[in-house]
Design a protein around this ligand. Structure first.
Ligand code: FAD
Length: 369
């Protein structure tokens, strides 16, 4: 089956990705946004506290105004809920080409373009813009494949009737456990939620602990698995992807280990094991980064790895661009034959203005300027 070739495939539907899409749309480039969340601006919806005001912040020393007025947060700050509502209307009004609930995984080179590998299949672009922000959920490291394991829960009722496993020891994992317990309670489902953490101690704040306690007292069926380690991702005889998690291990004198393990269908598992910066993804994609040494970098710390970019945000992998929160708080800019650290505050302003420069660069390269 042939795959449609877009001028630009954009990964992430936050301010950076959406601004890129809007400019492609305005300048007649074919494009597609792939967003892993349920809707555009999912990153913001997930991280801003309820009712937070959104500021049109601009660094004092930044020479440019907001280059896309349509996406600029209003001067009189509005709540995140109103800003998100405005963005939804904007996307509908402009009829932007966006596919949600598609998670980016990899890029392959082909003769006529770049193939973007996702959990929902392949997409193809002449150029690929990485606008996935700064907070990338960590992957479970197990022997075998654990790609089917979810990293957050948008609809807890999906787990009603299922024995569910939540992995992770912090507030995010606890929130997921609470949401699923509540959905099960409301639907009179008595199947348990297993909550596993590799350490012996769970670590949640008081407010979260209170909400969890309340849910348990109201009848929530929870099984705690402290000291449990996810080990293997495998496919069983019926073709079901399963995750095997060891719940305890006994070292024997004869050097033969004895352990107990549980095996869950991966679609019943949610791993909330924190987030990481995008460097591991850059490594996987073969995008060059440079390690900072003392005295050279002003923003980054010694040992931090900064991505190497041209003035229009192209990486060392030809045709692949990266922008917005994914390159904050600084990156290495190639400029007139020299390389220097460039400050890049993580703001809606920088995300939007990056898009302007990226699309200018792409239009020139594709001969569509
Ligand atoms: C609490 C908080 C308050 C803030 N307040 C302000 C403010 O008032 N004013 C301001 O200017 N800035 C503010 N910021 C910063 C601002 O939100 C960021 O600079 C901006 O969101 C960066 O935009 P982005 O598009 O690069 O990344 P994001 O907004 O993170 O968007 C990235 C998108 O990519 C998606 N994605 C991630 N991985 C994948 C994948 N594998 N496949 C497909 N899609 C993927 C995510 O779901 C997300 O929707 C705040 C940040 C925080 C955390």
């Amino acid at each position: 089956m042939s795959v449609e070739l877009y001028d630009v495939v954009i990964i992430g539907g936050g301010p950076a990705g959406l601004a890129t899409a809007y400019l492609c749309h305005k300048h007649g480039l074919s494009y597609l946004v792939l967003e892993s969340g349920k809707a555009v601006f999912q990153g913001i919806a997930n991280t801003y506290p309820q009712g937070k005001l959104v500021y049109p912040s601009k660094p004092k020393d930044a020479p440019e105004p907001f280059l896309i007025e349509e996406l600029r947060p209003p001067d009189k700050p509005v709540t995140v809920e109103s800003y998100l509502q405005y963005i939804q209307h904007f996307v509908q009004h402009e009829n932007l080409n966006i596919r949600t609930e598609v998670a980016f995984e990899d890029i392959r080179d082909e003769r006529d373009g770049l193939v973007v590998v996702t959990d929902k299949g392949l997409f193809k672009g002449r150029k690929v813009v990485l606008a996935f922000g700064s907070s990338i959920p960590r992957e479970l490291s197990v022997y075998g494949d654990a790609k089917m394991v979810a990293k957050n829960v948008e609809d807890p009722s999906k787990f009603v009737g299922l024995k569910t496993l939540v992995i992770g020891g912090g507030n995010t994992a606890a929130d997921v456990v609470i949401a699923i317990l509540k959905a099960k309670r409301e639907m009179h489902d008595t199947q348990p939620v297993y909550w596993a953490h590799k350490s012996e101690k769970f670590d949640v704040n008081k407010e979260t602990a209170q909400r969890l306690g309340e849910e348990i007292l109201l009848g929530g069926n929870i099984r705690l698995l402290p000291g449990a380690t996810p080990r293997i991702g495998e496919v069983d005889n019926e073709g079901v992807d399963r995750l095997v998690i060891r719940i305890n291990e006994f070292k024997q004198a004869d050097n033969i280990d004895l352990y107990h393990a549980l095996s869950f269908p991966m679609q019943n598992v949610i791993a909330c094991i924190g987030s990481q910066g995008p460097v591991p993804i850059f490594d996987k994609l073969g995008i060059q980064t440079i390690s900072c040494t003392a005295g050279v970098c002003k923003v980054a710390k010694e040992g931090d790895r900064l991505v190497l970019l041209t003035a229009d945000f192209e990486t060392t992998r030809k045709g692949v661009y990266v922008m917005g929160g994914a390159i904050s708080p600084s990156y290495m800019k190639i400029c007139e034959g020299a390389i220097q650290e460039e400050k890049h505050p993580n703001l809606i302003y920088t995300a939007i203005n990056d898009a302007y420069h990226v699309v200018q660069g792409i239009r020139q390269k594709l001969g569509k300027a």
